[in-house]
Design a protein around this ligand. Structure first.
Ligand code: GDP
Length: 477
């Protein structure tokens, strides 16, 4: 049997090939340097350009972050509503906490990359529990938006109709300069309109360049469309020569579970997963308003697992089989809001022997019933489960689910994606192998910025394609 991972590093690369800064103390956030010992070494290496740009960002963050002199100065301008005449040497991107956990993680990574590309300092709105879930990612200076930030109480009321909304300002302004505005609200939520979408056009980006404060609300992983913008393209290709590694690296750089959640993760891993010869993750997300479990979903999970040899068939005719030699064990980590699928699969492998002789253990950490927004432990468990899925060897995910995207990308896993069922019928085939480990952008623009006409943005460059699980979505491959 395999020894527990925590008893020693599987590999000695605790800074993940230079991705992480070495400047943190270990105890404040145990997961930061311990995570490496729970994972297989990633087959991907960060480019030296990426690591140097991250160090440069960290220096910028330290110089301009909360309560530094430039921060205090730009906040004072914001508070007084003073028009900004001179260029500020520190500009900011404020990420507004919004939507489910998977969505939040993906948009935050997108916001960070945009900040990196435009030399802005990323500050995050705490929402209900962001500091409870994530460690500080940048050394020395916090990424949390200070509680006395002047316009936080307006975040909830910002929408497409707001006077400060980017799309609205573009629509109404005759000259394309907003240099007089102390802040702009950027609406990149799935319901955004054609004017908001001009964010993805180089000529309209210039509108934002001199604005000291950009406040962003999004529920989407919008990075694939940044790769289609000529002004960012070269830089992005230099940062990520392997295009499908964008979230893999940004996620591992930014998102560290806080100590209480690291406790949830490591205790669970060591109790149920560490000893198995192989770990299979199955992420079940059913977008149905009725309470499950549904037979057609169970059939789909089993068809996908068996057809792709992720799990062995059972022998329904034998009640007892003796196998010679070493029996291999597979641990299945199933996550779902309901417990029905887990119970059925566990019972199936209890009631019948497998044809291969493998021992199948089935586990599900929680069954929270429904998505909850205000409960602390609910989000802690959700984050722990996403992370545990990312520690598996093979992964099955559900279509359309950002929860699954985060797990696959963090883990560097190309999942088998369960097709979205139509009319309560098991799709055939049940699932498909993902082209890449990247998340899907669910609401991309279909606009040719130069010709000012509609276009298929999934057919412009070979590395930005339509997603397996959502025909109109875009992903990096
Ligand atoms: P998405 O809706 O699947 O794209 O994922 P999100 O994470 O954005 O939102 C779904 C939310 O529902 C999660 O953040 C959790 O709060 C909850 N949820 C969904 N599936 C699970 C699950 O398998 N386990 C847990 N603990 N929570 C889940």
């Amino acid at each position: 049997k395999k020894k527990l991972h925590s008893s020693g590093l599987e590999h000695d690369d605790r800074l993940l090939g230079g991705l992480l800064s070495s400047q943190f103390d270990d105890d404040s956030c145990l997961s930061r340097y311990q995570a490496a010992s729970y994972r297989k070494e990633s087959p991907y290496r960060p480019s030296s350009y990426l690591t140097s740009r991250l160090r440069r960002y960290e220096a910028l963050h330290k110089r301009c972050g909360p309560y530094t002199e430039p921060y205090n100065r730009t906040v004072a301008n914001l508070r007084s509503g003073k028009k900004t005449e001179e260029d500020s040497d520190c500009n900011y991107l404020v990420w507004v906490s919004f939507s489910g956990l998977g969505n939040r993680i993906l948009t935050l990574a997108s916001a960070f990359l945009y900040a990196l590309l435009t030399d802005r300092v990323l500050l995050i709105d705490r929402g209900v529990d962001m500091p409870d879930l994530f460690c500080e990612p940048f050394p020395e200076v916090s990424w949390l938006l200070p509680l006395d930030f002047p316009i936080t109480d307006q975040f909830n009321s910002f929408n497409q109709e707001s006077a400060e909304c980017f799309g609205n300002m573009l629509k109404l302004s005759t000259n394309s300069s907003s240099s007089l505005s102390p802040y702009v609200y950027l609406h990149l939520v799935h319901d955004y309109n054609d004017h908001d979408k001009l964010f993805f056009c180089d000529q309209d980006q210039s509108f934002l360049q001199k604005v000291p404060w950009v406040i962003m609300k999004s529920d989407n992983y919008f990075i694939p469309s940044l790769f289609l913008m000529p002004s960012f393209e070269q830089e992005l290709l230099a940062l990520f020569p392997e295009k499908q590694t964008v979230f893999h690296f940004l996620g591992r750089y930014l998102f560290f579970p806080t100590n209480p959640i690291w406790g949830l993760i490591t205790r669970y891993y060591e109790a149920y997963l560490a000893q198995a010869d192989e770990r299979i993750g199955i992420q079940v997300r059913v977008f149905d308003t009725r309470v499950g479990p549904f037979e057609y979903v169970l059939d789909q999970i089993l068809a996908c697992s068996l057809d792709n040899s992720l799990l062995p068939e059972i022998n329904p005719n034998k009640s007892f089989v003796t196998y010679p030699g070493n029996q291999k064990s597979k641990a299945v980590l199933l996550t779902s809001l309901s417990s029905g699928y887990f119970e059925k699969i566990r019972d199936m492998y209890w009631e019948h022997p497998t044809v291969t002789g493998e021992v199948i253990e089935v586990f599900q950490p929680s069954h929270e019933g429904y998505q909850q927004t205000e409960k602390k432990m609910h989000h802690r468990k959700a984050w722990a489960e996403i992370y545990l899925l990312s520690l598996t060897d093979k992964l099955i995910t559900s279509s359309w689910s950002t929860f699954g995207y985060v797990a696959q990308s963090l883990g560097g896993l190309k999942p088998w994606i369960l097709y979205k069922p139509e009319n309560e019928t098991t799709p055939n085939p049940a699932c498909t192998r993902a082209m890449s480990i990247e998340p899907c952008f669910h609401a991309p623009p279909f606009f040719d910025c130069r010709k000012r006409t509609g276009t298929d943005t999934g057919a412009v460059v070979p590395h930005v394609r339509h997603c397996e699980d959502m025909g109109w979505g875009l992903k990096l491959v």
